[in-house]
Structures are given as C-alpha cells and as structure tokens.
Design a protein around this ligand. Structure first.
Ligand SMILES: Cc1cc2nc3c(=O)[nH]c(=O)nc-3n(C[C@H](O)[C@H](O)[C@H](O)COP(=O)(O)O)c2cc1C
Length: 203
C-alpha cells in the first residue's frame, strides 16, 4: 500500500551533472546538480536548476554559458565535495585535482577527466521557485574516445558517439534505505524501445 509523503520531492534515481562556469575573474568553478537533464532534442536543450545563492548561478547569468559534465564513479568523492563548498571560498578544480579545459564554443570550462561534456549557450532563464532553471542549448558535445562502445549500430547515428556510461562507471543519485546515496549503474536490463515491442504489437 502507498502512503502519502509529507516532503514533496519525487525520489527516483537521478543523474548527477557537474556544472562548469567561470567567475568574474575568469576562475573556473564546478558544482554538482541533481536537478537537471535534457528537455528538448531539436533544438538540443539541457536544463540545470540552481539556487540563487550559488556562485554557479551568478556565473551563468554573467557569462551566459555553462558546461554540463557527467562524472564517473572514479570521481564520486570529488563530485560530492564540490556540492558542499562554494567556489567563492575554494578553488574546487585544484582541491579535486581536476583539469579545467577551455571550451571550444562557449565561455565556460570543461572537466578533462569526466567522460562526457556538453558546452551550453544560455537559451532561457526561468524562475521556477526555490531554484532558477537555466536552459542551455548544447552547441558542442564531447565524449571520451577511450571508452569504447560495443555494437551500437542499432542506435541512431547521433547516439553512436556517446560513451557507454555503464562501462565508464556511471552512477546515479537516489534515496535508499541508507538515506541519500550515490548508486552505481548495474547491469543493463534491456534495450529501450525494444522490451515493450511485443506488448505494443499485441495492443
Ligand atoms: C548530490 C548533490 C546534488 C545537488 N543538487 C543541486 C541542485 O540541483 N541545485 C542546486 O542549486 N544545488 C545543488 N546542490 C548543491 C550545490 O552543488 C552547492 O550549493 C554548491 O556548493 C554550489 O557551489 P558554488 O557556490 O561554487 O556554485 C547539490 C549538491 C549535491 C551534493
């Protein structure tokens, strides 16, 4: 039986995206967000929702750009750390031993060590409540070439260049019996748009 929940936050496994920005002085900064993800294919739009108190929020407003970097579990400690201190007081790239890379197309830094990175130009800003939703158009996307993919020929061409996140050691953020946790990606359970085919064809 389901029971009503007092705190209204839909708890489900979410990606953790690490947002890269430059501050006024040109110093690179990073901050993880759970509130984020793709919101359109054409044009390719990604959103991240940030509290106004964060440095990242101010940086995006000022630079009109940000990057979205997907961490692997190798950098889980650094990712968690980056979500607990502000770039106002800490050089998080240095503290984490991460390398800021200049983006090709936008005024925001990429994280060299992370397997996937999207360069986003700020397209829309929506004040949604406790957070501001920044919607960015992905103008350039890079995946780690070292993480090979198996047979991806069944995918649309535009997806074949993305790294295999299970192989890359991807993880998600989820509420478990132990509280708010990072949970590693486990086995592949089946192909999307394929598992439901039989049921679809019968209906
Ligand atoms: C797992 C995790 C998820 C987070 N998700 C968000 C989020 O979605 N939005 C947000 O504003 N802050 C989020 N935070 C908190 C920010 O990362 C944190 O406030 C950070 O210190 C901001 O850094 P900055 O001031 O350098 O921008 C999250 C932190 C963690 C650890």
């Amino acid at each position: 039986m389901k029971k009503p929940q007092e705190f209204k936050y839909l708890s489900y496994p979410q990606a953790i995206l690490v947002v890269g920005t430059y501050d006024r002085e040109g110093r690179p900064n990073i901050a993880p967000v759970a509130l984020g993800g793709m919101c359109s294919h054409r044009p390719p739009l990604l959103f991240v929702s940030l509290r106004a108190a964060t440095l990242t929020h101010r940086n995006i407003v000022e630079r009109q750009a940000f990057t979205v970097n997907v961490p692997s579990s190798e950098y889980i400690v650094e990712t968690d750390y980056a979500g607990q201190v502000s770039g106002r007081d800490h050089d998080k790239f240095a503290d984490c031993g991460l390398t800021p890379l200049r983006s090709e197309r936008v005024d925001a830094p990429l994280i060299l060590e992370f397997p996937t990175a999207a360069e986003c130009r700020l397209a829309q800003t929506v004040d949604v409540g406790s957070h501001t939703m920044f919607i960015g158009e992905i103008v350039h996307l890079q995946g780690d070439a070292a993480i090979s993919t198996a047979d991806l020929s069944y995918l649309r061409k535009d997806l074949t260049d993305l790294p295999d996140m299970v192989q890359a050691g991807g993880f998600v953020y989820a509420v478990t019996a132990e509280g708010r946790c990072y949970v590693g990606l486990g086995e592949v359970l089946g192909r999307a748009y394929r598992l439901g085919r039989e049921l679809r064809d019968k209906s």
